[in-house]
Design a protein around this ligand. Structure first.
Ligand SMILES: Cc1cc2nc3c(=O)[nH]c(=O)nc-3n(C[C@H](O)[C@H](O)[C@H](O)COP(=O)(O)O)c2cc1C
Length: 230
């Protein structure tokens, strides 16, 4: 697959097979993604890969925390804005309803919506879960660096026949995840990632949310108008 094919072929997979994933393969993918650039080459990402018993412990504890309003979620960064507004709100809603539509979840069915949200904390059944942390005192640029790492990892995973789902859903449960992994408060959870073989029979994996057209987010500042542009 060309890089363009990989970019166009990657999708967030939300149903995985139980088929195990070789640790050596995951290590190779991480090594490749570690070639991602970072400002001043500081490589701020710190990875924790979980499978088996510890993965199960984290999933169980996080599901419990997510369904218990009394459990404090700990200090995190704002992945999403504190208040939503358009056009982002409309895009977010379109994404959510598109996904729920495929899953047969109707508007207003909060229980079914919550159940789907909780699937995040099973890594959507992916056998491998990965968490990216950074030292909490680093600047916002390190989050950007982690984004480059994450996309690199997702693309090489796809090249190897694996599927992924990036998961900001874990972020509010920073303290729960750190507690089980023995990670100090000086570090902060940036994102989770489910990795595994996709379930080809699961309709949810057919979800392909649309993208904006180039002209909707690009302004050209050219000396002379380019007549080849639409
Ligand atoms: C950093 C990041 C965090 C995300 N967090 C979640 C998540 O917690 N749960 C989920 O189901 N999808 C999550 N997504 C997937 C997005 O919904 C998805 O990327 C977007 O709808 C575009 O779809 P695609 O990835 O299939 O192209 C996340 C994506 C990114 C990049």
């Amino acid at each position: 697959m060309s890089l363009t094919d990989l970019l166009r072929g990657r999708n967030s997979t939300r149903a995985f097979l139980s088929r195990p994933v070789s640790t050596a393969l995951v290590r190779n993918l991480i090594a490749a993604a570690g070639q991602a650039p970072s400002g001043s080459n500081i490589q701020p990402w710190q990875l924790h890969v979980v499978s088996g018993t510890i993965r199960e412990r984290i999933c169980t504890a996080t599901r419990a925390a997510a369904t218990s309003p009394s459990v404090a979620s700990g200090r995190t960064y704002d992945y999403y804005p504190p208040a939503w507004r358009d056009p982002y709100l409309a895009r977010r809603r379109a994404c959510g309803w598109g996904l729920y539509g495929l899953l047969g979840i109707h508007k207003g069915d909060r229980a079914a919506g919550m159940a789907q949200e909780l699937r995040n904390f099973d890594f959507f059944d992916a056998p491998i879960g990965l968490f990216i942390f950074i030292d909490r005192d680093l600047g916002g640029g390190s989050l950007l660096d982690c984004g480059l790492f994450l996309q690199s990892l997702m693309l090489v995973a796809l090249e190897a026949g694996l599927a992924t789902c990036p998961q900001a859903a874990w972020v509010p449960f920073d303290a729960t995840v750190r507690g089980i992994l023995g990670i100090p408060d000086s570090q902060m959870l940036v994102c989770g990632l489910a990795i595994g073989y996709p379930d080809p029979g699961a309709p949810v994996n057919n979800y392909r949310p649309s993208r904006l057209g180039v002209e909707e987010f690009t302004t050209w500042h050219l000396d002379t108008p380019d007549t080849t542009l639409p």
